[in-house]
Design a protein. Sequence first.
Lengths: 412, 282
Amino acid sequence: MWPLEEVPVSTIPRSLLILMLGGIFIIAPWAPAAAGTSGPPVRIGGTLALTGPLGPTSLVHKIAGEISIEQINKRDGLLGRPVEWVLLDDQSKADVTRTLYERLITVDKVDLLVGPYATNAILSALAVAQRYQKMLVHHSFGIPKLATYPMHIPVSALGNEPDKSLPKKVFEAMESTGQAPRTIAIVTSKFSSVHFISVGAREVAAARGLKVVLYLEYEFGARDFAPIATRIKEANPDFLWVGAIGLDANLLLDAFQTIGYKPRGQYHLFPAPGPLINAPGSAFAFAYTSFEAHPPMTNNPSAEELSRLFHERAKQAGLPYPFVETQAASSFASWQLIEAAVNATRSLDDKVLAAWLKANKVDTVYGKLSFDGPNNYGPEYTKVKQIQNGRWVVVWPKEFAAPGTKIVYPAP
Amino acid sequence: MPSLNLLGQALLAGLFTGGLYALLGLGLSLTWGLLRVINLANFALAFLGAYLSYQLATALRLDPFLTLAIVVPAFFVLGVVLQLGFQRFGISELVSLIVTFGLTVILESLIQWIWTADFRRLETPYVRATLKVGTLYVGVSGLLGFVAAAGLTLGTWAWLRWSYLGKAARALAEDGAMAAAFGVDRRRLALLLSGLSAAYAAVAGLFIALSHTLAPSQIYAWMGVVFAAVIIGRLGNALGLLAAAIAIAASEALTMAVTSPGWAPLVSFTLLIVVLLLRPEL
């Protein structure tokens, strides 16, 4: 009834095992039991990067998942049975993810799967899901062309060609200001999804007439950004594109502070939502988003409720930015898809569920999502957000912009 | 062709990062070189120190440097307790590697439990303070970190070289039985060295908090390169460690300045391999 977080401990000496397990019990998540449910629980298994460099963002997914489970159980669970989330820690490692999904299917014998966080881990999980012919609903995959497994269901705003569509949207946003940048510097992590999209940004920028004055790649997990920051300063671009994930954006901004540089415009691809907003020098920074907790997106009833609940839980958990954004919304939507498919088909059969999801449009926190395009991707619905008055607000496309806001570029 | 300003700024960054590597490696170098304990938990202790400094400075509005008055003595005691545990269970050099890795995992979980996995940033005037020297920008927190690293490594080197206790520690590492025959109390000296190592980790933690955004998983990001600096600098040799740390960090920074930054991580281990090939006795 009570889901327990588990962590692989095979490499730890037995004498320490007891202590570690003690720690794990302390941090185990708890979700209330279903009110009007009976029978054995429907077990839905997945991993998140509860530790490792992707940990901060995974925490957002964990909170969103716990809210989802609570709400599903309040609505009498699935098929009248309570729902249990078997959540394991993949440590931000793709190889560990692969092993854990194998374990979820063969040892824990979960009924359904939900995806891990981030592209590398999802690729690993997809391979296992395909081997066992399990449906995999996931929420943060950045390279759609690699997701060829017919029974994967991506909750992704990116569409099928994010390397083209996402940069295009960013440059359109800048052009809409009437002061379009003429030069651009692109620096990117080698982390697969951000690298893929940033390489696309380089091509899209050139095609739109922007001069790429600097292009740099750095290793995922890099610590020292001072030389990179100095090279950007010397290149002096009108606009800076950072293929950032995890700590990158903050580290780069720290380095900018040291050398007294302030970009005229800066876009960070996948920064962890909270930290960047609190970083010195981040005012008017842009980033990718698909959802922010303000109208018109919160006009959707499920979005409004998620925003309220997430805000409460995230504050309790001490998140520096306790508002729903892309990550939380995508996670929540993935659980909405599972619930909708099971309720519609009255089945837990992976093939039946996947077929139903591919054939139907499903109401989610984003509105209606479909999975009938190439590689099961539907239309893209990316947005550009900007830090204004200490909050992330959507500024582009116009129809999703927060009331009363407009793009600020160049930064004052 | 990179400008002189870029090269100068990169070298400065390398110098400061090298100081941080040396601070992180000092405790490891001492315990490994003199006690034959490969204390991986040193990295976790440094981050615990960083989080404690962050917490004390934020909650009590203390100057971050004043937090050292609390954290350093506490960590000294922690180091002593850790060594008592090692002595109690007779932990060997290889086993210490595994046990302290386990401790690192536990400390990481503890940090994550208390402060969550999300990023934390210590906001103080030191973080943003910058001096301009000619065309170069010098971050004050980096500069202070380097001064601390230079002071502690030099002090430790001098202590080991000229003080009675330092000589006793070196004698112990050289020939424990002979040192004991001359009246060196191995047990008490080991407690002192272990306490000192943990106290150094606390100092390293403060400078990590001043110069970096904190996340529990960052513990592991420093291990490889600091290990390389400790080995290249020779175990138990504080000045050697400082020189090696600066050489590695400066090479990394220059690599990032003149080529693709993606090559930088190769530098430390390439240097390690080259040094071991040239001087296998290390």
